[in-house]
Each structure stands twice: as structure tokens, then as C-alpha cells.
Design a protein around this ligand. Structure first.
Ligand SMILES: Nc1ncnc2c1ncn2[C@@H]1O[C@H](COP(=O)(O)OP(=O)(O)O)[C@@H](O)[C@H]1O
Ligand SMILES: N[C@@H](CC(=O)OP(=O)(O)O)C(=O)O
Length: 446
């Protein structure tokens, strides 16, 4: 039975990391006759490529630095013929990237299609590097840089066409010469052969979707933290690994930003008996994700989103008027702004929208255009979003406890997520961290 192993970008930074990755793949090879390794771009490369697309003056320098990092790692970790061949392959890809970097510098324009094309180099170069390192360490591995998925043309957040991709993947597996196949995560291609990306964190989603399309039992997401934790260990000092999450809990936590997982990561797991394991390259501890809520489930994890704005649109003209909410949300659509949360009191006098701080101004200027018609007043507040997840929240005694803690922070809005396994509180910006830490204490103390 094949096994899918996703190697995150956070654990691809230096020689030590690659030594541990080699060891991990060797260990997995003892248990599984076919391994599909999905790789992300090496640490920070996607962010750097994004900055190349917004800071076009500097793009040739950025891509030169990316190329040098790959070659430096290759020269330390591969030798002889392996080094020579892979050096040529990585250099060929980098030449192409360098030419694109110069064109965007000259044109000072990057379309969504070109942006995805540029981002695709991160995962493609990582595929060449990782497969070369595995081979240099005696693992029979083949790197295939063609993305395994066919997608639509929704650049930046492409949708995978599953039936066509299934055939593609079957072809890849049939023609592969090695038992360890390294594929690029995060990227796809259209039927015309143009590169697309699936959205940030998309390699985790690549791994689970491949798992579904190939029909595997287990997908392993290998990263720098020992599983999905009760809170981001960078924000919550005493965060602990969550040993098991039901699918609903995992979906809620990933949507709320835990472990920077792509929001669709767990979609492919529905209706299958595939389990997903999130584990660390460096230490023991892992999270198993599968199945439904269990009776003894309590509270599992917390998230704190601290860069959001609450936009309150006030208008007596909204009351009882069919289509007014649609009109407001359509402004967000027109502005290309994702609505994180939306609410309206039964009096229908206001509509509250929560959006990312970075996109708030785009929405505000669209709303200003309809001031005086549908919109009377607009209020903007800096807020935090605190989300708490766990099947236990369905139990009255647990939800009462959570609500009573939150009530002392005077939440601006409260909502519940899928299958009632989460609660989200919108609070003023200076209150979020305190509330999240207090709720986190309740989770950790069980
Ligand atoms: N609840 C959480 N559990 C674990 N990690 C979290 C959580 N919330 C946020 N993170 C952050 O996610 C990071 C790992 O995600 P990411 O950098 O995308 O890894 P990778 O590149 O390996 O996919 C961790 O370093 C951690 O700071
Ligand atoms: N490289 C892409 C895809 C990805 O999933 O990366 P990572 O596994 O490092 O989160 C990104 O940064 O969005």
C-alpha cells in the first residue's frame, strides 16, 4: 500500500534538516513499498517569490538568492554524477525563472497567471533538490516536476479537476521507475499547461487529495512542530500536542489558522477511512486526524487571529429590504475581499463584516460609493478573533464555562462553527490575547 509523506517548507532549511528527512524516508520505506513524497518550496521561498512579484525592481536579486540557496544545499548534500545532473536541472529551471524576473522588472506588471507561474518555481526546484538528496543517500527516488493536478484557471486559488487528475496520477505512478516518487505540492496546471497554485499552505492539501485519488490509508504531514497543538506554540508557551482530532475539529482548527493548513486540507478525508497524521521532523509527538466526535472529547485547541477589522454598516434602509445584505456582501466580492465573519441583529439595523486588516480599505472605499443610498454610517474597529475548538463544546456544562469566561471580555459577536464543534468570539483588539490565554489554560488543564 502506498504512503503519502508531505515534507513542509519549515523543515527544509539546512543540511541537518535534510539528514533527518533522509532518515525519515528510509524508515517509511521499511514499512511501505511505494512512497509518494510531496514537497513544499524550501523555507521561506514562497514568501520571497511573492515579494519578487510585488517588488519587481528587486526581483532578479531575489531569484538569484533563491537559486544560490538551492545550489549551496545541493553541493553539501549530493556528490558526483548526482550533483552534476541535478545542478544542470536546477540551473535550467532557475534560468527560466531569472528571465521571468527580468521581464516583470521591465514591464513592472504581474498578472495573476504570471504570479502563479513564478510561485511554481519554488516547489519545482524543491522537488529536484529533495529527490537528488534522497538518491545521493542510496534511496531510489524519482523527482517529477510536472504538477500532479489538473485545475481550472482560478489563479491563486485554483480548483482541482479530480477526475482528470486521477488519470494523470495513475499515469505518473504507472510510468514511475522508482519506489519513492517526489512530487511538487501546492501547484497545478490548467488543461492548456499553464501553472496554477492552490492557495497558501496548499501542499498539505496536495498530500490529502493525492491520498484520496490514489486510495491510500495514511497521509503524513511532516513539519517542525509535534502535531497540531492546543495553540500556536509561538504564541502559547505551554501549548501541548493534541493526540487526536475528529475531522470536524480539524476542519475548524485549520480554518481558524492552526498550523497554517490550507482550509481544504481535510476535505478529501470525508467519506474515506484515510487517516492524516501531523508529526514533527525533530521530536516525538503527533496528531491523528480521523473519524467523528467521541463521547469523551473535551476542548482541543484555541486560535487567535490578531489582524482583523470589524466593519459595521448602519442603515435603516436595510430593514425588511430583500437583497440588502446581498448588496453589501457583493461590494466585498467586487473589492476582492474575503469576509471572515458576518452577522446581523434581528432588528436588521446593521450588518457587521469581519475582514482581514490588509484588505479593509478596499472594502471601505467600495462601501463609501453607496453611502447615502443603502449605507448611512460606517464604523470600523480593530478587533481580534478568538476561536475555541473541540467536540466537547456541544456539552452544555462545557459551553457554559466557555461562554462565562468570554462574557467578561464583552464580545462584539459570538458564533458557532461546523457541527457545533467551535465557538468564535470577536473582541476588541486589546482583549484578544488575554481571552485566548485564559481559554487556553482551561484546555490545557483538561
Ligand atoms: N495550533 C497549532 N499547532 C501547531 N502549529 C501551529 C498552530 N498554530 C499555528 N502554528 C504554526 O504553524 C507552523 C507550522 O506551519 P508551517 O510553517 O506552514 O509548516 P510547514 O512549512 O512544515 O507546512 C508552526 O511553526 C507553528 O508556529
Ligand atoms: N509553499 C507554499 C505551499 C505550502 O504548503 O508550504 P508549507 O508546507 O511550507 O506551508 C506556501 O508557502 O504556501
Amino acid at each position: 500500500m502506498a504512503l503519502i509523506v508531505k515534507i513542509g517548507g519549515s523543515i527544509q532549511k539546512d543540511e541537518k534538516d535534510y539528514e533527518l528527512i533522509v532518515k525519515k524516508i528510509q524508515d517509511f520505506s521499511k514499512k511501505s513499498d511505494k512512497i509518494i513524497v510531496v514537497t513544499s518550496a524550501i523555507k521561506n521561498v514562497t514568501n520571497e517569490l511573492i515579494s519578487a512579484t510585488s517588488n519587481t525592481d528587486n526581483s532578479p536579486n531575489i531569484v538569484t538568492e533563491i537559486y544560490e540557496r538551492h545550489i549551496k544545499l545541493l553541493s553539501k548534500l549530493a556528490d558526483g554524477k548526482e550533483f552534476e545532473n541535478s545542478f544542470k536541472d536546477i540551473s535550467r529551471l532557475s534560468d527560466e525563472l531569472f528571465r521571468v524576473a527580468w521581464s516583470i522588472r521591465v514591464l513592472d506588471e504581474v498578472t495573476p497567471r504570471v504570479r502563479d507561474y513564478i510561485l511554481s518555481f519554488g516547489e519545482r526546484m524543491a522537488t529536484l533538490l529533495l529527490s537528488a538528496i534522497l538518491r545521493s543517500n542510496g534511496i531510489e527516488a524519482e523527482g517529477i516536476i510536472t504538477p500532479p493536478f489538473l485545475t481550472d484557471e482560478n489563479y491563486g486559488e485554483a480548483n482541482v479537476i479530480e477526475d482528470l487528475s486521477k488519470n494523470e496520477i495513475a499515469n505518473i505512478l504507472e510510468n514511475a521507475k522508482a519506489n519513492v516518487i517526489v512530487l511538487p505540492g501546492f501547484i497545478g496546471r490548467t488543461r492548456e499547461g499553464r501553472y496554477t497554485t492552490l492557495g497558501r499552505g496548499g501542499s498539505d492539501y496536495t498530500a490529502t487529495l493525492l491520498g484520496k485519488l490514489v486510495g491510500v490509508r495514511e497521509v503524513r504531514l511532516v513539519t517542525e512542530v509535534p502535531g497540531i497543538m492546543t495553540g500556536d506554540p509561538k504564541k502559547f508557551e505551554n501549548a501541548k500536542t493534541i493526540s487526536r482530532l475528529s475531522l470536524e475539529e480539524a476542519i475548524e482548527l485549520s480554518q481558524l489558522g492552526a498550523k497554517r493548513l490550507h482550509p481544504r486540507t481535510f476535505d478529501p478525508v470525508f467519506g474515506s477511512d484515510m487517516k492524516v497524521i501531523v508529526e514533527s521532523l525533530y521530536e516525538d509527538g503527533f496528531t491523528i486526524i480521523n473519524g467523528e466526535c467521541q463521547n469523551n472529547d473535551g476542548l482541543k485547541g484555541i486560535s487567535l487571529l490578531d489582524n482583523a477589522k470589524l466593519i459595521t454598516v448602519e442603515s435603516t434602509k436595510i430593514v425588511g429590504k430583500i437583497g440588502s445584505a446581498a448588496r453589501i456582501t457583493n461590494e466585498a466580492k467586487e473589492a476582492g475581499v474575503n469576509i471572515i465573519s458576518i452577522s446581523q441583529p434581528a432588528s436588521e439595523t446593521t450588518i457587521q463584516l469581519v475582514v482581514d486588516s490588509l484588505s479593509a480599505n478596499r472594502l471601505l472605499s467600495k462601501l463609501e460609493e453607496i453611502r447615502g443610498t443603502l449605507v448611512k454610517d460606517i464604523e470600523v474597529n480593530d478587533i481580534n478573533i478568538v476561536g475555541i475548538v473541540g467536540c466537547g463544546i456541544k456539552k452544555k456544562e462545557i459551553s457554559t464555562k466557555v461562554l462565562s469566561i468570554a462574557s467578561s471580555y464583552d464580545p462584539l459577536a459570538i458564533s458557532r462553527g461546523i457541527s457545533n464543534v467551535s465557538m468564535t468570539f470577536i473582541v476588541n483588539k486589546d482583549e484578544g490575547e488575554k481571552l485566548a490565554k485564559e481559554l487556553h489554560k482551561v484546555i490545557v488543564s483538561g
